[in-house]
Ligand binder design. Structure first.
Ligand code: ADP
Ligand code: SF4
Ligand code: MG
Length: 333
């Protein structure tokens, strides 16, 4: 069913350029154009998958949303408020409402802390559930993420990667967030347990009325849990579509190439085989002019080398930035 609620999160023209400093006077000699004009939105209850090869700027988008980085340009609105302008008590509230689940559950949890300290601390500090003891609340959250409350007194280092990621999810849930930014939440885990953690996130979404930004370098990871997906390349979004449209009718040559690398699942049987991606991603210090994908695109034309393709809507909710689909383009469906 089409979700027409006003967005919980709105990102508009986001740019994040990291200066490159050299020499004793730390002169700026260039920039890493990590994020260079990203628009996206997430509605309440929605999961947006953000996908692209390593280094294309996904984590930087996530960190800007969490206000860990100040954007170079652009606006991020959460519940209608400009995130850059949030201050004081509102900032404390924002920091509980938007939580992060990290890529590496080994690095993100202090191995010398007990689970009750990791999860319970958040409950105690923020006094989110007055009337119930923090121990009761911790036990409740552990059950919700598929762990036993008996494990509360054990140390983080005693758990497997998948279990640690569950502890990280419980810690995030303790803050009663509205939005969780999950940055490569399963890429450090064994393939055999990736689906379990993804299913857990999906199940918790409804129970806790969450919205997610799920970041991954692999389209296979976000396939089943996303409502919509944005495909990123070198700091920009190349295509946005509903989960179904993106997998069944990928339009951008980059999306098509990424999909051809996804192992064939049931839906994949219908995918056409396409050429795998050739070559490396160009440096974000000196991104190609025109369409950023033109150096690797099998369908590049001369205009692609000079003119930046605007994002155009092909069908409702399905947008692509590629000259092939511009008005009168030969491949317009
Ligand atoms: N703090 C930073 N300072 C300088 N460059 C950075 C910083 N963080 C990320 N980058 C660079 O920005 C680009 C995008 O990085 P990142 O957002 O981590 O990509 P992804 O998450 O898609 O792998 C990369 O070239 C990376 O090296
Ligand atoms: S704009 Fe040109 S180079 Fe870019 S994806 Fe489309 S066809 Fe390829
Ligand atoms: Mg990353």
């Amino acid at each position: 069913m089409l979700n027409a609620a006003p967005p919980l999160l709105h990102v508009d023209g986001l740019k994040k350029h990291f200066p490159i400093k050299k020499g004793l006077l730390t002169k700026t000699v260039g920039h890493v154009f990590a994020v260079d004009g990203v628009d996206l939105f997430i509605r309440p209850g929605e999961t947006l998958g953000l996908v692209g090869e390593s280094g294309c700027g996904k984590s930087t988008v996530g960190r800007c949303i969490l206000r860990l980085y100040d954007p170079t340009q652009g606006r991020i609105c959460f519940q209608g408020n400009d995130v850059a302008a949030i201050q004081g008590r509102d900032l404390i509230r924002f920091r509980t409402q938007v939580q992060m689940v990290f890529q590496d559950p080994y690095a993100s949890l202090n191995p010398r802390m007990r689970v009750r300290e990791i999860v319970g601390e958040a409950i105690r500090v923020h006094k989110l559930h007055p009337g119930r003891s923090w121990r009761e609340q911790t036990a409740h959250l552990l059950r919700e993420v598929g762990l036993s409350p008996d494990q509360m007194d054990r140390y983080a280092h005693e758990f497997s990667g998948g279990q640690r990621q569950r502890i990280g999810v419980a810690r995030a849930l303790a803050m009663q967030p509205k939005l969780i930014v999950a940055d490569e939440p399963v890429s450090a885990l064994d393939v055999s347990i990736q689906a379990q953690v993804l299913n857990l996130l999906d199940r918790l979404k409804e129970r806790f009325e969450l919205s997610y930004l799920v970041i991954a370098h692999d389209l296979g990871v976000v396939e089943h849990i996303s409502d919509r997906i944005g495909v990123m390349y070198l700091g920009r979004i190349m295509e946005t579509a509903s989960d179904r449209d993106l997998y069944q009718k990928p339009l951008h040559p980059y999306t098509q190439a990424l999909l051809s690398a996804v192992p064939k699942a049931e839906a994949g049987q219908r995918r056409k085989r396409r050429a795998l991606l050739q070559g490396d991603v160009p440096s974000p210090i000196n991104p190609p002019p025109g369409c950023r994908f033109h150096t690797r695109c099998p369908e590049a034309q001369s205009e692609c080398r000079n003119i930046h393709p605007a994002m155009i809507e092909i069908t409702p909710g399905h947008q692509v930035a590629c000259h092939k689909y511009a008005e009168g383009g030969k491949d317009c469906p």
